[in-house]
Design a protein around this ligand. Structure first.
Ligand code: ATP
Ligand code: MG
Length: 300
């Protein structure tokens, strides 16, 4: 099957958002739910490539579904179903665009923060630590090395910018954005969910260096886990077998793609067409991630 790059559903569906990877629809028949469709688009260095990775959207949907099931005993979630047989009949005519790559979710008011949890020091946290010895403004132990585990996982939120880049903030600043009560709930729940996921992944040879959760609230102000969870798009996965402190770790899923973009000197340029070998080796990485995490063979 070729990669699915765009979706286009007619009424009663209406596309309400389109991210780098996902297209999101509401359906006039039931406005309390949303359809999250993961396409095969792939981005690197914040730019979408011209061609996609066949099956990537299906693989990401399966990985998210796996984690929703793992986390279900610990939190309410927005997932209604990602099983094609259980989708509302109105979706049936659009199997070519939706089947196996769609999550039907309950619609909630989304809290305007990104609930990042970090188990290991890397990325923007490492950059900040090198400059000031802090992470999101919190003082850290002296002498930490790049990619080292924190003594305890840290709740390190960021703003959710409508435009431009999200900004790392101190956990105390979350109170000003969503109130002290919700801020405390979100911080505690985020760290708890990260620990469950970290321990589950560790047994499978994967280190979850960090991840980003999003939460919504229902009418009673209960906190609900929303969005995608613990996919390579929202998390840094490292192979435990290759892990070593004191240096950056290779990104599990996009290492071939990023290395190729840098070698070709097209990093960050729009409209780049990937050669077949980069498409297939990247696809293989997503399949490997799925198989390690879910413990099942990928059947296309
Ligand atoms: P990016 O490609 O960088 O992720 P993006 O975040 O704009 O861009 P998506 O992640 O595809 O694109 O967008 C998903 C949007 O849907 C986010 O704004 C997210 O907060 C929101 N969302 C997630 N779950 C729910 C839900 N259950 N109800 C309402 N909105 C939700
Ligand atoms: Mg997003």
């Amino acid at each position: 099957m070729p990669a699915l790059l765009q979706t286009n559903l007619p009424a009663p569906f209406r596309k309400i958002a389109s991210g780098k990877v996902r297209d999101i629809y509401e359906c006039q028949e039931d406005l309390s739910t949303l359809y999250f469709v993961a396409t095969d688009r792939i981005s690197a260095f914040d730019v979408i490539m011209e061609n996609g990775i066949p099956d990537k959207g299906k693989i990401l949907t399966k990985i998210s579904e796996f984690w929703f099931n793992v986390l279900k005993p610990h939190t309410a979630t927005h997932l209604v179903t990602s099983e094609w047989d259980k989708m509302p009949a109105v979706a049936a005519p659009f199997a070519d665009q939706l089947k196996d790559r769609t999550m039907l979710v309950r619609r909630y008011k989304v809290l305007p923060i990104e609930a990042i949890v970090r188990g290991y020091i890397t990325g923007s946290a490492w950059s900040e630590y090198k400059k000031s010895g802090t992470v999101h403004g919190m003082p850290m132990p002296e002498g930490m090395q790049e990619s080292q585990a924190f003594p305890e996982p840290l709740f390190t939120p960021s703003t959710k910018a409508a435009e431009g880049h999200d900004e790392n903030i101190h956990p105390d600043q979350v109170k000003d954005i969503i109130g002290a009560d919700l801020a405390a709930k979100v911080a505690e729940l985020s760290v708890k969910l990260y620990k469950v996921a970290r321990d589950t992944a560790k047994e499978k040879g994967i280190i979850i260096a960090d991840t980003k959760f999003e939460f919504g609230v229902d009418e009673q102000n209960n906190v609900i886990l929303v969005d995608e969870v613990l996919t390579p798009d929202s998390s840094r996965f490292w192979l435990a077998a290759d892990y070593a402190v004191g240096k950056p770790q290779e990104s599990f899923d996009k290492q071939y793609l990023r290395n190729w973009l840098i070698a070709e000197n097209v990093r960050g340029k729009p409209g780049v067409k990937l050669p077949e070998n980069i498409v297939s080796s990247t696809r293989q990485k997503y399949i490997e991630a799925y198989e390690m995490i879910c413990g099942k063979k990928w059947v296309a």
